[in-house]
Design a protein around this ligand. Structure first.
Ligand SMILES: [Zn+2]
Length: 371
């Protein structure tokens, strides 16, 4: 089976960008429309492997904290020009068997509605399209209320962002959280208007008691500045606007892959703040979606990922696998993550970590910093 990576820097394997060339670029580096094979989508598990045989997966993570679905409208938007095959939608009913195959009970479905407002897509009436896509996500997760929770998504820089956020806050299937993708939305930490607007959005999410999942890496394609300095701007100017809700930094502060030393240096800013018990870090979590996608991770890179997770604290690390493809599934995500040189005890902690937004009791969702 061909290996895939989520970001263009891992030269030892085929990138997800290569797989969909063009079609998925709107997602930023970390996701693409579900290209789950017919066999997987129709069956209940990854080909040839029964979950009960998966001793190596014990304990399976309680939840996948970084998942996506793709509506028919989004698949159409992301489809390459004919004669290339169009991208296929990926529904909640497609995702559930993949979770089953991994032994993962629950997942957080992060809406991908923000793609309709990606600047370079120039979609007309994008506000209406974003609404419709958030609503589609809500309808999908509502079909599996015991398994899936949904997060609203917006391009935070749009003038309708706060309005859409308020609308999501009223929807029981979207109100637990907000997903932001700074790369896709072309956020620039050095643009004061952007920072001011992000503060407004963080403050509003905090007021609605919505958790925030943020892909904080800026667009590498557009070469928007990113690194330690920008992490300090995030920590000092943006994060304090949401002091009461969990904030989950996606992909360990990168965009999938961890080969670029810049990502580790950026994540180090948070580790340093955590080490000095900076109160702004109390509700910070980090997901590991597509940080490693290799069956045989390069030892130096694997050691860097492990050491960074330890300095952030393994109790703050959440398993996430990101959008499924033909060759990339939640099971594969956990399988490759298990190749990292962590101890069994550490794997167990990460598998069992559950952030407050996953808890069923609303009051419990507002307590319990990761500590
Ligand atoms: Zn993602």
């Amino acid at each position: 089976m061909r290996k895939i990576c989520s970001a263009g820097r891992d030269r030892d394997c085929i990138t997800r960008r290569d797989l969909l060339r063009g079609g998925a670029l709107g997602l930023g580096a970390a996701s693409l429309p579900g290209l789950v094979s017919d066999a997987e989508a129709a069956g209940t598990r990854a080909p040839g492997v029964a979950p009960e045989q998966g001793a190596g997966y014990d304990p399976a993570p309680l939840a996948d904290h970084h998942q996506h679905l793709f509506s028919p409208a989004l698949a159409a938007l992301l489809s390459p020009a004919p004669p290339a095959a169009p991208a296929r939608p990926f529904t909640a009913a497609d995702l559930i068997p993949l979770l089953d195959a991994a032994g993962v009970r629950r997942a957080v479905v992060l809406s991908t509605a923000y793609i309709f407002s990606q600047p370079k897509k120039k979609v007309e009436n994008d506000d209406e399209r974003v609404k419709a896509d958030n609503d589609w996500t809500a309808e999908q997760v509502a079909r599996f209320p015991e398994r899936l929770i949904g997060f609203c998504s917006i391009n935070p820089l749009k003038d309708y962002a706060l309005q859409e956020l308020a609308r999501c806050a009223e929807n029981p299937h979207l109100r637990r959280g907000l997903k932001l993708h700074f790369g896709n939305s072309l956020v620039d930490y050095h643009d004061e208007r952007h920072v001011r607007q992000l503060r407004r959005v963080f403050r509003a999410a905090n007021e609605h008691r919505m958790a925030i999942v943020v892909h904080m890496r800026t667009s590498s394609e557009a070469k928007v500045a990113y690194g330690r300095e920008e992490a300090h701007i995030f920590l000092n100017q943006i994060l304090p606007a949401a002091p009461d809700v969990p904030v989950q930094i996606a992909h360990l502060a990168g965009d999938g892959g961890f080969s670029d030393p810049l990502i580790d240096q950026t994540a180090a800013v948070f580790a340093e703040a955590i080490a000095r018990d900076d109160p702004r870090t109390r509700r910070l979590w980090f997901d590991v979606a597509t940080v490693t996608t290799s069956e045989a991770p390069q030892p130096e890179k694997a050691a860097r990922i492990v050491s960074r997770m330890r300095t952030l604290g393994v109790r703050r690390i959440l398993f996430g696998s990101d959008a499924a493809t033909e060759t990339w599934t939640p099971r594969k995500g956990w399988e490759t993550f298990r190749k990292l040189p962590l101890s069994d005890a550490e794997f167990r902690i990460i598998a069992m970590n559950v952030p407050p937004y996953m808890r069923r009791d609303r009051r419990a969702r507002l307590r319990h910093p990761p500590g």
